[in-house]
Design a protein around this ligand. Structure first.
Ligand code: 5AD
Length: 384
């Protein structure tokens, strides 16, 4: 038996075990990723290359195991979140991100409370029951300012979930935002490996702080989302295994993953984009690892492939986050090159999204879309 054959047999067994017990030791995650990629490159073989069929078959196997688990908790429902990108200002200098402070060519804007409320109003009308306020780390949004926005949305939309994605803040800040009426918080951990984290960020940003923030968010009572890019510079099967081990241990309510895509005005301009196939495989593994996870098919996935988001849903994702930001701002919130800003990405185009999801046997619902097992009444959700 050759080496890859041994790896593949083991890989199928590991997927079976993950589907059954929803946990694996880190070394097994790494072995699974290596088997899928045919080695250490994080570039699974493409059609026509040696090992391509074996790799595609393994992905299909993981997908087939993930699908019934997702259906067990969420049926064929796809939850939608209206994304409001409220500020493109950022004080951080993450090496991968187009909004980094050193990018002097980035266009900067911030929405005021009225503009944010107008986005919510339109979103509510077209069927959104979760609003996600995402921004760079913009010091303008102090606790009083951000809490004011959250409580304004909370009082107008008592039946909606409010999700914040506003970066690293103090424990007290998170507590105030929760008290103001926010329900969920997204803060990707980016990588669970400290050395890898140091490669992606300047020294003032540390994994320790990021992890402290995630713990504080949990303590403050938020539903918490973490996540990471796939194929970021310096990533390996071992660092990805650490990401999965972290998720297994932390048990976030949500997890956002998408391929790394280079931005021309960052130090990573010349790096290669992450693999869509590996992203899809990891989505399936995450569904197996934590069946109730709220798992978006991200914009980045839709950006690297025209069917990226449908493929993401088929791999095990159950959330889509269309863009509710004012149309004139969408081209100014550019984390990476070629980011989708219209078409199925636009919240206004919900009809197209619904049709795409119908086409693959899923149904977009008007619902807060809380994690299964939380205090929810599934009979409340209805088709858009
Ligand atoms: N490619 C893909 N994803 C990116 N993000 C930031 N920059 C990029 C990029 N170049 C992701 C990060 C961040 C989230 C808001 O967007 O993971 O947490």
């Amino acid at each position: 038996m050759n080496h890859s054959a041994i790896d593949l047999t083991t890989a199928y067994e590991l997927i079976d075990r993950l589907a059954e017990v929803h946990a694996l030791p880190p070394a097994d995650y790494a072995a699974l990723i290596r088997a899928f990629c045919g080695g250490d490159t994080l570039r699974p073989p493409k059609e026509g290359e040696i090992g391509a069929e074996a790799s595609a078959a393994l992905a299909a196997y993981a997908r087939a195991k993930a699908d019934p688990l997702r259906r067990q908790y969420y049926g064929n429902q796809i939850f939608i979140r209206g994304l409001i990108e409220y500020s493109s200002w950022c004080k951080n200098d993450c090496l991968y991100c187009g909004l980094r402070k050193s990018n002097h060519t980035a266009e900067r804007y911030r929405l005021d409370t009225e503009e944010i409320l107008a986005c919510c109003e339109e979103g509510y009308r077209i069927g959104f029951r979760t609003f996600v306020l995402q921004g760079g780390e913009d010091p303008y949004f102090t606790d009083p300012v951000l809490c004011g926005i959250v409580s304004a949305i909370r009082s107008r939309y008592p039946d909606c979930a409010i999700t914040l994605s506003a970066g690293e803040r103090s424990r007290e800040s998170y507590q105030s935002l929760k008290a103001a009426g926010a329900d969920r918080y997204l803060l990707r951990h980016e990588t669970a490996d400290p050395a890898h984290y140091a490669l992606l960020h300047p020294p003032v940003q540390t994994l320790e702080t990021r992890m402290r923030c995630l713990a504080d968010l949990r303590d403050a009572g938020f539903q918490v989302g973490c996540g990471f890019m796939v194929g970021s510079p310096g990533q390996s099967a071992d660092t990805l295994a650490q990401d999965l081990a972290f998720i297994q241990n932390f048990r976030p309510e949500m997890c956002g993953i998408g391929p790394f895509i280079p931005h021309h005005a960052t130090p990573f301009a010349k790096e290669r984009a992450g693999s869509m196939e590996l992203t899809l495989f990891l989505l399936s593994l995450l569904r197996l690892l934590q069946p109730t996870l709220l798992l978006p098919a991200t914009t980045a996935l839709g950006t690297i492939h025209p069917q990226g988001r449908e493929l993401g849903i088929q791999a095990g994702a159950n959330v889509i986050m269309p863009n509710l930001s004012p149309a004139i701002r969408r081209g100014q919130y550019l984390l990476y090159d070629n980011k989708l800003t219209s078409g199925e990405e636009s919240a206004q185009n919900l009809a197209l999204l619904k049709k795409q999801m119908d086409g693959i046997g899923f149904s977009v619902v008007t619902d807060r879309g809380d994690p299964a097992g939380a205090d929810i009444d599934a009979s409340q959700s209805k088709d858009v």
